[in-house]
Each structure stands twice: as structure tokens, then as C-alpha cells.
Design a protein around this ligand. Structure first.
Ligand code: ATP
Ligand code: MG
Length: 434
């Protein structure tokens, strides 16, 4: 039953909405399409949080959305939507979806509402996985296609009314995370919804997953192996780059879901006696995001895989008697390949990760020429931060980090002094070892 909540009750002011999103919604409404702000933005505003983004749902089909805006791109095959760009910002505009038809594998949906374009319509695999979710419908149908009740509120920017079709507001007030419909079917249609439940549990502190959702979730987790590595990488970033990385990591462990995203890390944790490196890196990440500082996915991925790479490297050095740098490269290639089977890491990130790890071998260098080359390296800052992190969590003893902190701002005379002191210390250490 539709409940309309007027602005005088929900109290979200128009000024709290994104200007670009309002302008896009108004353009579509004026062109005769039913249009709302939808999803996380309404949920977060009702909870007094700043929305991560503003999503739009409309009766306009993707091509019709495209025809309304100069800078609009249609993306996605599985779930087609429009990206409308305004300045730097990109707003996602999704067409109302209809309920899935029971279509056999690879058949095309010819029902009314199915997009006639090649990539579209509904396609469901034999085990219920939605391969295409591009059959369009009404707003009433769209509600039922959303993942969670708390993500299924619609705001009309003209009247500022909120439309609640499925008791979403009571769930928000009760801090309940509940899948819409039969959780087992909804997880089978799209196993990524399991990760979304875990992510919202981590993000919305104090929220509880309702029992039916929780039970189905545990059974559905293995279905994540059907999700493409590219999509799993996208989901991984949402866990760790949206300001609640530390809580997300803990929730992935608690829900027994970490190995579907970070198998190497999960395996390491089975026997590790400390997860200080991860915790410290995730705390730093959340702190940086809180003050709008840039965070690179490569740094975080480098952290997640590092303890295993380090162990493997030492193993190769001992067993095969090869130099440290060669052993590192061997370990890196092996572990990146392993991780790529689960979440495909884009090449530019994989390259950056490799450079960060290789810098850990180079930073102990003791010649002026080498140190100067290291500071000039594109990835120096990340490699240096990585070194500080390793010292901070006790993996290596402190000293080198401070040395580099001093070196970076030193005059050439001071640099020579710093290097000579380091060389002397190294010699001393060697003598002591003998
Ligand atoms: P946030 O942006 O804060 O992460 P959100 O709820 O807005 O949270 P988005 O990924 O931006 O999440 O998606 C927007 C909306 O689209 C969601 O609120 C939900 O209604 C719907 N949605 C997203 N992914 C799915 C999915 N896999 N299945 C069903 N509905 C989904
Ligand atoms: Mg959103």
C-alpha cells in the first residue's frame, strides 16, 4: 500500500538535495516522464547522514533519457542505465524495472516493456541468476526490483513528497535491514546483494539484519563465485573506499565472506596472529576519506596482499636460494594471478601495487645516487607511506621511515651526511652480526 509522506513530516529540505540531481529530475519530469530521487540518498538523509550519491529512477527508457541531455552515456549490459554528466559530477539515471519473467537461458524477452535493443530484456540462467535485467515497467514494479526495503524510497523533487510502497520508513526507524521479497530468490537472482547487505550493516551502525535475510544470506554466499571478477572488484572498492573500511573488513570476516573478495587475505588470517597491518591501513583510509583526501585502491590492495607476498618471498629465498628482489617478483606474479581469479585488478592498479612492493626492497638503499632516483619515482610517496605503515604496526623495527622523512626535505649536504651515517650503521650491524 502506497504511503505518501509530506515534507512537513519527513523534513528533508530541498537544499539538502544535489542541485544537479534536481535539475535532471526536473528536466525529465517536464518532458512528461515520472521521475524520482531514489535509494540510498533518501535513506541517508532520513538518517541524518550525507548521501554518497544521488540516484534517479524514471519512467523514461535509456534512449529517451539520452535524448534529453547533451552529456549522457548509456552504460551496462546486465543492467543498462544512463550516466548524465553535469560538470564533474555523474548522476545515475535508471529506468523503472519490471518483475523478472521466467525466461529460459539466452532467450530474449519479447514482452511489452522489454527494450528492443540487442543487449536488453530479461535473461535468467537455469539456477535463477539474472543475466540481463533490462525489462522496463512502472514505479510500482520498480519498487519490488530494489534490493532492500530501506533502499526503496522515492522522492518527488517537485512536491517534495516521499513515496513509500513497502513499509520502508518503519524499517528505517527500526534500524532493520530486510531484503524485499523472498531473500533466497533475490540472492539467487543477483548474489552481489549478499555483499550489499553486509556493506550496509557495516555502514549503518546499529542496524540489524532480519532473520530471514540473515539465514538466506549465509546459504547464498557461495553463489558469489558466479559473479564476474570485474563486478566483484567494483564491490570490493565500495566496501573500502566509502568511509567505513575498518567496519567493512570486520563484517566481511564475521559474515564469513572475506574469501569471496580477498581469498589470499582470508587464508592468511586463518593462521596469522595479528591483523594489525590491515587494521591500521583501514583506519588510515577512513581518516583520509573523512577529510576528503585521495585514497588509491592500489595502496589498499597492496596492503591486503602484502603479508602473503612477504612470506612467499622469504620461502623462495630460502628454498631456491635466489636474491630477495627476484623472489619478490616471483611472489608478486603468483599472488596477483591468484587474486585476479576472484576480483580482476585493473592493470594500472596492479602496476602501482608492484611498484609499491618493489620500493620496499629499494628503500633500505645506501647510495646517494639510488636514493635520489627513488625520490623521483612516481610511486615514491605511496611506497614511503607503505613503509611507515609496516613500521607502525610492528612488522619491521622503526627507523627507516624517519630517515626518509628527513631525507626528503634535506639539503644536498645534509643528504650526504644522512647517507654516510646510514652506511656506518650498516657496517656496524654487519660486524655485530659476525
Ligand atoms: P550508497 O550509494 O550509499 O552505497 P545506495 O543504496 O544508493 O547506497 P547504489 O549502489 O548507489 O546504493 O544503488 C542505488 C539503488 O539502486 C539502491 O538504493 C537500490 O535501490 C538499487 N540497487 C543497487 N544495486 C542493486 C542490486 N544489486 N539489486 C537490486 N537493487 C539494487
Ligand atoms: Mg547511491
Amino acid at each position: 500500500m502506497l504511503r505518501i509522506i509530506p515534507q512537513s513530516v519527513h523534513k528533508i529540505a530541498k537544499e539538502q538535495l544535489d542541485i544537479q540531481a534536481i535539475s535532471i529530475a526536473e528536466t525529465l519530469s517536464k518532458a512528461g516522464f515520472e521521475t524520482y530521487l531514489v535509494g540510498g540518498c533518501i535513506r541517508d538523509l532520513l538518517l541524518g547522514k550525507a548521501p554518497k550519491d544521488f540516484d534517479i529512477a524514471t519512467s523514461a527508457h535509456p534512449e529517451q533519457v539520452k535524448s534529453q541531455f547533451k552529456r549522457c552515456r548509456l552504460i551496462g549490459r546486465r543492467f543498462r542505465l544512463a550516466h548524465v554528466r553535469n560538470g564533474k559530477e555523474v548522476i545515475e539515471v535508471a529506468t523503472f524495472r519490471a518483475n523478472p519473467a521466467k525466461q529460459p537461458l539466452n532467450s530474449k524477452d519479447t514482452r511489452q516493456g522489454a527494450d528492443p535493443n540487442e543487449a536488453d530484456g530479461h535473461q535468467v540462467s537455469e539456477n535463477g541468476l539474472l543475466i540481463r535485467d533490462n525489462c522496463y515497467g512502472s514505479v510500482e514494479e520498480d519498487v519490488m526490483r530494489r534490493d532492500l526495503t530501506i533502499n526503496a524510497l522515492y522522492l518527488n523533487v517537485t512536491t517534495m513528497d516521499i513515496h513509500d510502497y513497502i513499509n520502508a520508513i518503519p524499517d528505517i526507524n527500526a534500524h532493520a535491514i530486510r531484503v524485499i521479497g523472498d531473500p533466497e530468490i533475490r540472492f539467487r537472482e543477483d548474489p552481489v546483494r549478499t555483499l550489499r547487505v553486509i556493506r550496509f550493516k557495516a555502514k549503518l551502525k546499529g542496524f540489524r539484519v532480519n532473520d530471514a535475510t540473515q539465514n538466506a544470506l549465509q546459504r547464498a554466499l557461495p553463489l558469489l563465485s558466479e559473479v564476474s571478477p570485474a563486478r566483484r572488484f567494483e564491490e570490493l572498492l565500495k566496501f573500502f573506499l566509502t568511509g567505513h573500511a575498518q567496519s567493512s573488513f570486520q563484517h566481511l570476516i564475521d559474515f564469513n565472506a572475506l574469501h569471496y573478495l580477498l581469498p589470499v587475505t582470508a587464508k592468511y588470517l586463518e593462521t596469522a596472529n595479528s591483523k594489525a597491518l590491515y587494521d591500521q591501513a583501514l583506519i588510515n583510509t577512513d581518516d583520509r576519506i573523512a577529510i576528503n583526501k585521495h585514497v588509491t585502491p592500489a595502496f589498499l590492495m597492496a596492503v591486503f596482499l602484502w603479508p602473503t607476498i612477504r612470506e612467499l618471498k622469504i620461502g623462495y629465498m630460502n628454498k631456491q636460494n635466489i636474491p630477495s628482489f627476484i623472489a619478490l617478483q616471483k611472489a608478486v606474479t603468483e599472488i596477483i594471478e591468484k587474486q585476479n581469479l576472484v576480483t580482476s585488478i585493473p592493470k594500472r592498479f596492479a602496476l602501482a601495487m608492484r611498484e609499491i612492493w618493489e620500493l620496499q626492497e629499494r628503500l633500505p638503499s645506501c647510495s646517494l645516487k639510488r636514493c635520489e632516483a627513488i625520490v623521483q619515482q612516481r610511486r615514491f610517496r605511496a611506497g614511503y607511506d607503505f613503509l611507515l605503515l609496516r613500521e607502525e604496526c610492528g612488522e619491521i623495527k622503526p627507523g627507516l621511515g624517519d630517515w626518509w622523512t628527513e631525507y626528503q626535505v634535506a639539503t644536498i649536504r645534509k643528504k650526504k651526511e644522512l647517507i654516510s651515517t646510514r652506511q656506518k650503521n650498516k657496517r656496524k650491524q654487519r660486524v655485530e652480526k659476525k
